[in-house]
Design a protein around this ligand. Structure first.
Ligand code: SF4
Ligand code: MG
Length: 332
């Protein structure tokens, strides 16, 4: 998947004062086959908008979404869309809201198999349902197939959501905060399931999270978003062990110390996220940045490569500005 300059503006305001919410601005990244690319950021940073645009749930304002060499935004909606939708599946945050309480798990899994004509005959349908349940670790599958959503735990329901997405043999999964509503104790099991499906089926993921620790755990690459823009990205070890952008450093400073329990220090409390309605020029992080300079409020920083497979958008790294950023100051 190749995303280029993807932009989404929502119109707001009245006839006499038209404004627009810049939900996503000039976002570009790639997801290679069998890779996990994480998008990390606070709520409202544009992560879910990115996933919804890729899933074609909402139209883009501009930019390109190229999947296997085809610009999907330019294609005839109908025919191309059914094929694209089976290749690109979305898994949502809420395992409680995504399943219909009046239907059994079997019904939830049969539907996509029938709609996308993945099976012939009743026997094959039953076998496929059981195989899907087993592949997400719901054993014995016969028992789980006959249950209703309320009879399952949150983690089990999220496994059903993955099984349903798998039913149509996707190549790419868009997982939007798939573990954030689950108990801490079962989150790792879902991440391990994603990893196993990647290995067994070559599935690629866009993994969306506000939790940079889980992005490091599962992501081959990590992209950090702030106020609708990508501010830093690259190889996940590089971004997380050598964060360049002051915002990434702030996010990492809020990662809980494993020895101090899973209590989070508040990132959100440190200054205001800027309004996305007709935002001012310059760097969106300027109001919160401990390193802010005059230029930051006037000029949007361009992309600077800090090392192979690691880039940042920040004036601290512009040409001739090879300053060593004091990271203790950045996170204080
Ligand atoms: Fe801070 Fe300026 Fe870099 Fe923005 S461009 S993160 S305000 S130093
Ligand atoms: Mg979201």
């Amino acid at each position: 998947l190749r995303i280029r300059h993807l932009t989404k503006h929502f119109p707001v305001g009245t006839l006499f004062s038209r404004k627009s919410v810049h939900a996503l601005e000039d976002v570009s990244f790639d997801i290679g086959k069998g890779k996990v690319v994480a998008l990390v950021g606070e709520s409202g940073s544009g992560k879910s908008t990115t996933a919804r645009l890729i899933a074609r749930l909402i139209p883009a304002t501009s930019g390109e979404i190229v999947f296997k060499g085809r610009n999907v935004l330019k294609e005839e909606p109908r025919k191309a869309s059914l094929e694209y939708r089976s290749q690109v599946q979305m898994v949502f945050q809420d395992p409680f809201g995504s399943l219909n309480p009046v239907h059994t798990i079997r019904h939830h899994l049969e539907r996509p198999l029938l709609i996308h004509k993945k099976v012939r005959g009743k026997e094959e349908l039953r076998d496929r349902v059981h195989e899907l349940l087993a592949s997400v670790g719901l054993n014995p599958p016969e028992d789980f197939a006959s249950k209703y959503p309320h009879q399952l735990s949150g983690g089990q329901r999220q496994r059903v959501a993955f099984a349903r997405a798998l039913a149509v043999d996707p190549e790419l999964m868009l997982a939007d905060e798939p573990i954030s509503m689950l108990d801490v104790s079962i989150r790792i099991g879902i991440l391990n399931l994603m990893e196993r499906l990647k290995e067994e089926r070559g599935i690629s993921y866009l993994y969306i999270t506000h939790d940079i620790a889980s992005a490091r755990y599962i992501g081959d690459e990590v992209n950090v978003m702030y106020a609708g823009r990508m501010v830093e990205g690259g190889d996940s070890e590089a971004v997380i062990t050598r964060p360049a952008h002051p915002y990434t450093r702030l996010l990492l400073s809020a990662v809980p110390d494993p020895h101090a329990g899973l209590r989070k220090r508040g990132v959100e409390a440190r200054g205001e996220v800027p309004s996305l309605i007709d935002p001012p020029p310059g760097c969106p992080f300027a109001p919160r940045c401990p390193h802010v300079m005059d230029i930051c409020r006037k000029v949007m920083p361009g992309v600077e490569v800090v090392e192979p497979n690691h880039w940042v958008r920040c004036h601290l790294y512009g040409p001739g500005r090879d300053v060593e950023v004091d990271s203790s100051r950045a996170v204080s």
